[in-house]
Design a protein around this ligand. Structure first.
Ligand code: 5GP
Length: 191
């Protein structure tokens, strides 16, 4: 068993790798609240369906919908991309499909981070087959310099540099999703 510090500690060692605090719990919560309020205004007369992409978006999704002051529904999908802990393999498959019918519905896909855009472009194509009334994408994080696919992210929490981050749903080899803040891998002590 190993203990981890859930508070906003400035540094986190994972094996020999040093991560430093990048977005504090407070910064994240403030931004998620703003996004929730913006979505509430823009969907005033609608009943949106939020579709979270597991596993990474589970905390963002939970916090976001607490700021949606509207009738709304939620569902989850899970994609799988094969690769090592830090590099995506470029292949995506679906391992958990939707349970609800989104035909004619206003869908908001909720993602933790958009890196190359592969996952979101895959999801957008899948959505088209279901004929929703509208589809928008909300991502807590976006790495603009890593984008390789032509995707439009409608609600962006934070634009971040092309660095590996963990915490607040984002994993390192499936661990550290439970951190309340987001940490960035510090290469040779440089961000
Ligand atoms: P994309 O399909 O846009 O290339 O990658 C999206 C997925 O890659 C995210 O849902 C996430 O699972 C993973 N990913 C991309 N960048 C990072 C990162 O910096 N940290 C973590 N933990 N996962 C990442």
């Amino acid at each position: 068993m190993s203990r981890i510090n859930l508070d906003n500690s400035e540094e986190l060692m994972i094996g020999n790798e040093k991560f430093v605090l990048f977005l504090s719990e407070e910064e994240i919560q403030n931004r998620v609240k703003q996004l929730g309020e913006q979505i509430t205004k823009e969907y005033e007369d609608k009943v949106p369906v939020f579709i979270g992409l597991l596993n990474g978006s589970f905390l963002f999704m939970a916090d976001l919908i607490k700021h949606i002051a509207l009738d709304c529904e939620i569902d989850f999908m899970r994609l799988s991309s094969y690769g090592d802990a830090k590099i995506s393999s470029g292949k995506v498959t679906m391992v958990k499909d939707l349970n609800c019918n989104i035909t004619g519905r206003d869908v908001i896909v909720v993602e933790d981070i958009v890196d190359t855009g592969l996952s979101i472009s895959y999801i957008e194509k899948l959505m088209e087959h279901h004929n929703p009334s509208s589809v928008k994408i909300a991502s807590l994080l976006l790495k603009p310099d890593s984008l390789k696919y032509d995707v439009k992210i409608d609600y962006i929490g934070f634009k971040i540099p092309d660095k590996f981050v963990v915490g607040y749903g984002l994993d390192y080899a499936q661990k550290f999703r439970n951190l309340r803040s987001i940490y960035v891998l510090s290469e040779n002590g440089v961000l």
